[in-house]
Design a protein around this ligand. Structure first.
Ligand SMILES: Cc1ncc(COP(=O)(O)O)c(C=O)c1O
Length: 380
């Protein structure tokens, strides 16, 4: 392989390099599905669910059609609906709020912690007190988001959820594969929702998602809800449900990718450390970390004043970047009517956040080139 030339294109996410590594496994897995032709609920679904539950250290995994399906199914199964408040961080992807609203409940936006960039436990308590005082909505659930792959502050959140009797649904769309202490993502809260969107650390070749729990009855309701609400009689609906099934072909792809997932997580960690070493002191803040956590590094985000100017200079230098997210939820047209209370950290972070390329196949020379370009962009 030639070494990276200074003008070679840098990928934000390199699915081609990954595919080249596992092409034979993917082809064999797909051929298996084509041979049995059980495209819905084929045997790969049960195999995937058992493998993922084992990784997460929980009793049950239920594969679904996307991360959004996972959130919605979990909320519906818990009976969350009209008159209920679900507390979500204001700085996350729109799906977190959409699921709450589609379930018929009201999202209550909570500010984020400035270091971890995940839901701020102190602000969560503040909003819970406000909701109790107002008395209009019933706080039923909290939905922490493990932003960029870093687990939220579950030591604090567990206690708050218990004291307030809240259902905790973890949005782990970006963090499947991460750990906090000796616990793997999937085992926090009452339920966990993962996404297998192609660019996620564990991604399939289309949409996909999964739910995790230790509660057998909860898992059984999820299985029913993902399949039109059926029970034992497949031609009779027991509850109003969805078509939220994962395709067998996507399960086959995920099973092939799981064979290299741990080595990819290690590679992501190496990339993140390389960035940390090069960028500490160069930008206002490097990507959030926590000493007890191992992030899945779905994204590597820095904070930099003059973000848009810096991003434009990087683009001119051939370095792709992303902005996750330029608008906090309460400032997006679909959700402004739900805004209530100050959210200064979410607003400040959305103004200067910048996401750099990160994937397991990013070479040290490319990271250095990105960092050199960034240093020039911030100083120019
Ligand atoms: C935080 C968060 N929640 C939910 C989702 C929704 O996942 P999906 O795209 O699989 O529906 C995403 C996807 O990007 C996400 O980042």
């Amino acid at each position: 392989m030639p070494s990276a030339s200074p003008t070679a294109e840098i990928s934000f996410v390199d699915l081609a390099a990954q595919h080249a590594r596992i092409e034979a496994d993917i082809a064999a897995r797909i051929a298996g599905v084509l041979a049995h032709r059980r495209f819905i609920h084929g045997p790969e679904i049960a195999e995937l669910e058992a493998t993922l539950a084992g990784r997460a250290g929980v009793g049950h995994c239920v594969a679904v059609g996307s991360g959004t399906d996972a959130l919605l199914v979990a909320l519906l199964a818990h009976g969350i609906g009209a008159g209920d408040a679900v507390l979500v961080p204001a700085f996350t992807y729109m799906a977190s709020a959409n699921a709450v609203i589609l379930a018929g409940a009201v999202p209550v936006f909570v500010d984020i912690d400035p270091d971890r960039l995940t839901i701020d436990p102190a602000d969560l308590e503040w909003h819970l007190a406000r909701l109790r005082r107002d008395g209009t909505l019933t706080p039923r659930a909290v939905m922490p988001v493990d932003l960029y792959g870093l687990p939220a502050d579950y030591d604090a959140l567990d206690g708050i959820a218990r004291r307030h009797g809240l259902f905790m649904l973890v949005d782990a769309a970006q963090s499947f594969g991460a750990r906090l202490g000796d616990r793997a993502v999937g085992g926090f809260g009452d339920a966990t929702a993962a996404s297998f969107f192609p660019s996620k650390p564990l991604g399939c070749y289309g949409d996909g998602g999964a739910l995790f729990t230790d509660d057998a009855a909860r898992a059984s309701t999820w299985r029913s809800l993902r399949h039109h609400g059926i029970g034992d009689d497949v031609m009779s609906s027991e509850r109003v449900g969805l078509n939220a099934r994962l395709d067998t072909l996507q399960a086959a792809v995920l099973l092939a990718k799981l064979g290299i997932f741990d080595s990819e997580l290690d590679a992501r960690e190496q990339v993140a450390r390389h960035y940390d070493a090069r960028l500490t002191g160069v930008v206002s803040a490097v990507a959030p970390r926590h000493p007890a956590a191992r992030s899945a590094w779905a994204s590597y985000a820095i904070r930099v004043p003059g973000r848009d100017r810096v991003a434009a200079r990087l683009k001119a230098a051939g370095v792709p970047t992303g902005i996750y997210y330029p608008h906090p939820l309460h400032q997006q047209p679909a959700y402004t009517s739900y805004a209530d209370g100050p959210l200064p950290v979410a607003e400040a972070v959305s103004a200067d956040i910048l996401n750099l390329p990160i994937h397991p196949y990013l070479k040290p020379a490319d990271i250095d080139r990105i960092c050199d370009s960034l240093e020039a962009a911030v100083s120019g």
